[in-house]
Design a protein around this ligand. Structure first.
Ligand code: SUG
Length: 448
């Protein structure tokens, strides 16, 4: 049976703004308070989805969330009508209003961890929504994420959904941004690679000194258990704490893998040799031949990687077996990175081509091509069971583009977030979106 990797990209929401909310994420911190352009952000994301679809890849779309999250503000004690809640928060606690307005759900690599059916004990595709509890503005995403994923992958014969892990720091879980799957073909059993930043309970693992390690070993292990993964099909590795301290807040800022290939920076991991050997031997047991492409620090520094997002790229398999790397425009702007990429594609190795995309609006908040997509490996039967409303087609692209043009503002600053009209605009837009994507009622304003 045929099998595919389907990339579901997060559609940027109408409140996209630069709130400076993510300590440890260099771009988020350094662009704090700049004015954003939600319309441009959404159109940049849609252009990437369309381009990948046109290249023959399977592409889907994941809906944004209701913002401002008035219910979250009510839980923090703001009361009255929706407009009063927003106005009171703006007056007394602007940082909380900004957090409740974040469009951060666009970075769907953090929406969930997904294990394909070939890896799981019950033969279903498993999803665990990420609790994202390292940052308040992201910790409020998972209830709606779960409803949206449930509406996209509703068929219980093929899809199993798990609620987010307990929302405490010991189980900090950032989803697929720290998870990679290696396999020979997408439909065959593979090896799931979980990268963690620290251990919550075992003091033998070193922790970063400056910035938070968002993913714990214990969270990754819990996800592997929930998904029913075989021990032989799992490898754990620790991220190098010193790169977290240099701004590598997720593993997908320093490594990307696909098929049998891992593309990574020399400084990405601790115990790299042990990890590579384990990946290689476990993949061999399921018939695969592991290959790694290491980028030396002499060619590209960690700082170059953080600024250019070289590794926050999409590594895609083409029918002829070669791979294509989708990188952000910032890679072309960094001389060392661009030179490295020229050498890489000219070397006759597995990565044969690089394509560049302008995702500046998202990049300025620390979200590159890989952050914007959730990968779901599906066989033909499973793909047919996905809600067809969320699979990208040329007509859907046109409808979504027109929808963005109709509903989105082209400029947003902190002051705009205090405007109660913004909530009404967002709700009107999202109500229409759920009809376009055939999701049913998934947002709090549609349910309560
Ligand atoms: O969680 N930025 C996101 C970026 C997530 C990128 N995802 C991956 N690497 N997979 C984060 O730090 C910034 C929001 C702001 O500052 O307005 C933010 O949430």
């Amino acid at each position: 049976m045929k099998s595919y990797e389907v990339n579901f990209d997060g559609l940027v929401g109408p409140t996209h703004n630069y709130g400076g909310l993510s300590y440890g994420n260099v771009a988020s911190q350094s662009n704090s308070q700049q004015s954003s352009n939600p319309k441009e952000a959404a159109l940049q994301g849609l252009a990437k989805m369309k381009a990948l679809m046109d290249m023959g890849f399977q592409q889907g779309v994941l809906a944004p969330q209701e913002r401002p999250d008035v219910a979250a503000l009510r839980r923090l004690g703001f009361a009255g009508s929706d407009a009063q809640v927003i106005q009171q928060a703006a007056k007394e606690a602007m940082p909380l209003l900004v957090a409740s307005c974040s469009a951060s759900s666009m970075w769907v690599a953090n929406a969930a961890t997904v294990s394909p059916s070939a890896d799981t004990a019950d033969g279903r595709v498993h999803f665990t929504a990420a609790n994202l509890n390292c940052k308040y503005h992201r910790s409020i995403e998972h209830p709606t994420t779960s409803r949206v994923l449930g509406a996209m992958f509703a068929d219980q014969q093929h899809f199993a959904h798990h609620a987010a892990l307990p929302a405490v720091a010991q189980f900090g879980d950032e989803g697929a941004a720290n998870h990679t799957r290696f396999c020979r073909t997408y439909g065959e059993a593979g090896v799931e690679f979980f990268v963690f930043g620290r251990s919550a309970f075992d003091t033998r693992f070193p922790a970063p000194q400056k910035y938070p390690a968002r993913q714990t070993l214990e969270a990754s292990q819990a996800v592997a258990r929930l998904h029913g993964l075989r021990e032989e099909g799992v490898v754990y590795a620790q991220q190098n704490p010193s790169v977290i301290d240099q701004g590598v807040f997720h593993n997908d800022v320093i490594a990307v893998g696909n098929g049998e290939v891992l593309f990574y920076h020399e400084d990405a991991f601790l115990e790299t040799d042990r990890m590579l050997a384990e990946l290689s031997s476990k993949l061999a047991k399921v018939g695969g031949k592991f290959q790694s492409v290491c980028v030396p620090r002499s060619a590209v520094t960690v700082d170059d990687a953080v600024r250019s997002y070289l590794f926050n790229s999409q590594l895609l398999s083409r029918p002829d077996g070669s791979m294509l790397l989708i990188v952000p425009e910032e890679c072309r702007g960094n001389e060392r990175v661009w030179q490295y990429l020229q050498g890489l594609t000219g070397s006759g190795g597995v990565i044969g081509e690089v394509k560049v995309f302008d995702l500046k609006q998202s990049m300025q908040n620390g979200g590159g091509p890989a952050c914007l997509r959730l990968r779901v490996a599906l066989n033909e039967t499973e793909l047919a069971a996905v809600n067809p409303g969320v699979i990208m087609t040329a007509p859907l692209y046109d409808s979504l583009t027109q929808w963005v043009e109709r509903h989105y503002r082209d400029r947003m600053t902190e002051n705009d977030l205090a405007d109660p009209q913004l909530l009404l605009e967002c709700r009107a837009a999202l109500d229409e979106l759920t009809q376009i994507l055939k999701l049913g009622a998934v947002y709090p304003f549609q349910i309560n």
